[in-house]
Write a protein that binds this ligand. Sequence first.
Ligand code: 3NM
Ligand code: MG
Length: 529
Amino acid sequence: TDNVKRVVDFSLYLVTGRNLLPHGKSYLTCIEEALRGGVTVVQVREKEVETAEFLEIANDTIALCSRYNVPVIINDRIDVALASGAAGVHLGQSDMPLAIVRKLLPPSAIIGVSCTTREHALKAVEEGADYVGLGAIYATRTKDVSAPGSVCGIAGARAMLGALEGTGVKAVAIGGVNSKNVLRTLHGCVSSTGHALDGVAVVSDIMASPEPYATASCLAQTFCAWSAAVSRGPAAFLVKAQYTREGIAAAAATLVDTVRRVRPLVHQITNNVVKTQSANVTLALGGSPIMAEAEAEQADLARVPGGLLINYGTVDAIDGMLAAGIHANQNRKPVVFDPVGVGATSFRRATAAKLLDAWQPTVIKGNAAEIGALADSEEVKAQGVDSLGGFKDASAVVRSLARTHRCIVLLSGPTDYLSDGSTVIRLSNGHAILGQITGAGCVLGTAIATYCGAASIAASEPCEGSLVNGDMLLAVAAGTLALTIAAQRAAGRKEVRGPGTFLPALIDELAMLSPGAVLGTATIDVETE
Ligand code: 3NM
Ligand code: MG
């Protein structure tokens, strides 16, 4: 009846765009194929047609969708919604105010609002919206999003989701979402307290597809796999485990051999200062390095299993970095991000934000200054690329940043802190002489990318709904231990008299590192919440 609001499944929300149909494909054929593929709600969006034609299209769409028990929402036009008996309307920020629309439509009407800012989301909640469209997530050609502020990005969606938590207002992400980036979008669009999307809204990926059935199926299946992974636990973007000191040490020791067995390709976009030593560290650990920066080669490289390191160092090759991470996400490869000196300039901050909106890192690693800058911490101020000190509560900082960015965060220093957003692991191996060579932090990133790459290849349980297979918290711990334990051993060698003799000794110790050395030397503490 008119008084009962139906429960809508927002998981795959198709917004129509007849102008995008491929040559020879009729509108209703496309919609029907998409419905068979798994579309759960349809919005009829018409920007050019006169009222009579809009009403006819709405009626035809409703007749078709009702056979699939899928509700139809009308974009903007209250009169068309009323005349067609549609399930509801979708309002833009400059359309009729929600409060008035609510009075005009029957109580059962589903009303949605487009939101780009946290203020929009708060207002939509207050006015009693049933759902919101968060966007544009990415740049798109389907709608004009050229005005400044029209693209909210993943970061903007996170802020809006924070405002929606506990309100019951559903949310879909819109704008440039497609079958290639949908898993990354779902993974990324989660508030720091864990509030996630109810679905994704798509126009061109389905409407312009020669095979809307296949495209919709792919989107729907990815959504299902993701929600299954999420329902396994709050931090289910990882394979959850109970971490103990002994368990971490044993896993790290095992991974020493795993790296050598699977020989992961370790693709590194890193700075000129450290390229040679990074490639040598990869080889010594048992991985296979490739230092490839051109945008045009990223798609091919991402198809080879392994790990990706993006160390933005002197901040060039940004197009290559953008493409590398996007392709790595699509191929479910781990991405290690080293935002070198991110606090030093506003350019570096903006670049980090741009990269983090384009792709999901598996790991962010940095020193106190870098982690402090990413966390907007006043406690640690950046000066150049060196860190000025530590945090009062480093565990809280890494845990919180891991939640915000939905990844593992490693804070390197005399004690290394790493967290998946719940567990914090502290590692206290290493040697002060690491501070006397250039690029010690950079090669730590290399070691982590090498271990994450190997762990993702060797993962016993592939998890379709997750961006990476395997336990990345253990891999980061293992990569960190490998480098710091080798450094300790190198520093203790007779022939090492200073930083010059230390670096080749470090490469030797990495090449000779044994599982037993890791087991016997690892200094690990675990804090669970
Ligand atoms: N609304 P595609 S973006 C209809 O930002 C619409 O509110 C947007 O099309 C918003 O899936 C958009 O082809 C177009 O990128 C989305
Ligand atoms: Mg509108």
